[in-house]
Design a protein around this ligand. Structure first.
Ligand code: SF4
Length: 632
């Protein structure tokens, strides 16, 4: 039956945003109207709104002036697979620009059940604190005894203090406390809000954790319809090839595919083929360290891996989650490590201490290449060799970074700043985009993905747009958004720009609405028409793909405006030098990204997007997106 009572807030929402001021140790609740919710929706939309409204340009990201947003959306907590993701955003210490990161797990739905749609945190607490949010109540609690604990210990200690094992905790470990620039925010060990240094921002605010517990499901407009869609989606997940593969192998299958295609990032992006790939691929993973599957709230895909190793040099604890593809690529092939247990151990250290495995793997590969070229020597490392392929060196460097000791103190600032500090030509091996280290995908084999790396407001981002394989072969699933014929992964022409632009707005929906990319359109089991039906059933809005994609485009433009007012320009929309050079071997040998053609694609994208030559959204585009308040 369709509901009519909106006294508890717009359907799908609580109608409440929690604002916390840590400097004043106070909090208050804002109750925006339904038009505001329908305009900014959730996740990246709500986050960008508050960062633009409440954060002054030019502030130090690690000062009390930074603003942090933890945002769910209308759909968070709905009984549909993958509708559990939420956004954490603030000004990024890595880039000095817009910082945003998404993950699934259970915390977002629990925040909704606790009575809030988002939390906005300002200021800095004098001493460590954590937030306890439950059933519409808020407490700012002392966390001095938690400071210094790892993420697992923090979760356990808070559960015991609150005498409730069902509370959900989002926390930082020692890396966030020590202001490691690529520190993550961690939830239940397996869920990393890894990118853009949000853990360091939490650390700079003396905010150790946010713990939530709630019992009230949001008021969905049409519960029966929602249940029917949930059942349909779960059935389709069991049949859809992309989801069947994810259930069986998680993301680990990508090692073999990318290596076969000659684009597995290896040796700090120098190579695309890794001689040790057969030792870290999905087959060996599932024969050796794999123990069981993990999942997120209400998700039938179960793509998470849990690993265990009870004997040998690197012991793996089942509770701490297993490495996903990005970690196999960055702590593995990028550093030429072919020992799965060592990579699992690295993943465990990152989860406990709270560091992004992508940032960590890239900065270690950078240090190994500096060492290879004599830019870093044993004098810099306290007498230790840090060569490619040395698993013990990888583990040692991780521990030094977390503690900010010795060479680790330099590397903890990320590759861009570390290269500046090291000097001696180190910047030739420091690969980043807008200060952000690169995920484990090589743009030389996927030009739409390369555009995503170049154009994302958060710097190198592998989930900015569906990867180019989505635009090959049968593209019927993309017909509803106007993409009608396949495009070559290596194309660098007008077709590719059009496909990227549409693809970016489609995947932007997932950040805005808080949906897992593995459960959403256009590659996996969800369909465009069913997505619209789902959002109608949750919100009661007479909505359409047009409105849903406009919300995505609005949030993309708001984060772009955030960066332009921080001084970013066309020169920041680029990829790394090595991608303009060819591989020396493998399936993509001698096929670099043509620098001139790539620049022309970026300029064309500005035009397509309604941006001027400096890459800034025009007055007309802002009016089109109902963002008139951003014109000045
Ligand atoms: S597909 Fe995987 S990451 Fe996505 S919601 Fe399901 S279990 Fe979580």
């Amino acid at each position: 039956m369709v509901q009519t009572d909106k006294s508890a807030g717009p359907f799908g929402y609580n109608g409440k945003i929690l604002h916390v001021n840590l400097s004043e140790m106070s909090w208050q609740i804002e109750e925006p109207d339904e038009i505001w919710y329908r305009t900014y929706v959730g996740g990246s939309g709500i986050a960008a709104y508050y960062l633009l409204k409440e954060l002054q340009p030019g502030i130090d990201p690690l000062s009390e002036d930074n603003v942090m947003v933890f945002a769910c959306s209308a759909v968070t907590g709905a009984p549909v697979s993958g509708f559990n993701r939420f956004t954490i955003a603030a000004k990024s210490p890595l880039s000095g620009g817009y910082g945003e990161t998404e993950a699934g797990g259970y915390w977002g739905p629990e925040l909704k059940f606790a009575g809030f749609d988002a939390v906005v945190v300002k200021g800095k607490a004098e001493k460590p604190v954590y937030l306890w949010i439950h059933q519409g109540e808020v407490e700012i609690r002392n966390a001095e005894s938690l400071w210094g604990l790892d993420n697992w210990q923090t979760k356990e200690r808070i559960q015991s203090e609150l005498e409730d094992k069902r509370v959900r905790t989002l926390s930082i470990g020692p890396a966030g406390e020590n202001l490691v620039y690529f520190a993550s925010v961690q939830h239940e060990m397996a869920h990393f809000h890894g990118r853009t240094g949000m853990g360091a921002v939490m650390g700079s605010k003396n905010l150790k954790a946010l713990t939530v517990r709630g019992k009230e499901k949001p008021n969905w407009a049409d519960k029966e319809k929602l249940k029917e869609i949930g059942r349909w989606h779960n059935k389709r997940i069991k049949e859809h090839p992309a989801n069947v593969n994810l259930t069986k192998l998680g993301t680990t299958f990508q090692v073999s595919i990318l290596n076969h295609n000659g684009i597995l990032p290896t040796h700090n992006f120098r190579d695309g083929v890794f001689s040790g790939a057969d030792k870290i691929n999905d087959e060996i993973y599932h024969e050796t360290i794999f123990h069981s599957k993990g999942t997120c709230y209400a998700c039938a895909v179960k793509c998470k891996r849990e690993v265990e190793q009870k004997e040998g040099k690197y012991l793996l604890d089942l509770r701490h989650g297993g490495p996903e593809y990005e970690t196999l690529g960055t702590l593995g092939s990028m550093c030429e490590i072919d020992d799965l247990a060592a990579i699992g151990k690295g993943n465990q250290i990152c989860g406990l201490a709270g560091i992004d495995t992508i940032g960590a793997g890239c900065v270690i590969a950078f240090a190994m290449e500096c060492y290879e070229h004599g830019i870093l020597t044993k004098e810099d490392t306290g007498g230790r060799s840090i060569s490619f392929g040395d698993a013990d060196a990888m583990i040692w460097l991780l521990e030094m970074i977390v503690k900010r000791e010795g060479i680790g103190n330099i590397l903890a600032d990320g590759v861009k700043r570390a290269a500046e500090k090291i000097g001696k030509g180190a910047d030739a091996y420091a690969f980043h985009i807008k200060g952000s280290e690169l995920p484990a995908h090589d743009g030389r084999g996927k030009t739409a993905m390369a555009l995503g790396y170049a154009l994302s407001s958060t710097g190198a981002d592998h989930v900015e747009c569906p990867h180019d394989t989505a635009f090959m072969g049968n593209i019927d699933p993309l017909n509803p958004v106007g993409l009608l014929k396949p495009v070559d992964p290596l194309a660098n022409d007008t077709d590719k720009v059009r496909y990227f632009s549409v693809g970016q707005r489609v995947w932007g929906i997932n950040n805005c609405y808080g949906i897992c990319n593995f459960c959403s359109v256009p590659i996996h089991a969800m369909e465009f028409e069913r997505l619209v039906e789902t959002i109608r059933a949750i919100t009661g809005w007479n909505t359409s793909m047009f409105e849903i994609m406009k919300a995505s485009e609005r949030s993309l433009n708001m984060s772009r405006i955030f960066n332009t007012r921080e001084g970013f320009g066309p020169g920041d929309d680029r990829v790394i030098r090595r991608w303009h050079e060819g591989f020396k071997e493998g399936a993509h040998k001698d096929k670099p990204i043509d620098e001139k053609a790539f620049r022309e694609m970026i300029d064309l994208y500005y035009e397509v997007s309604g941006w001027d030559e400096s890459g800034k959204p025009t007055r007309g585009k802002l009016i089109d997106l109902n963002l008139d308040w951003l014109i000045e």
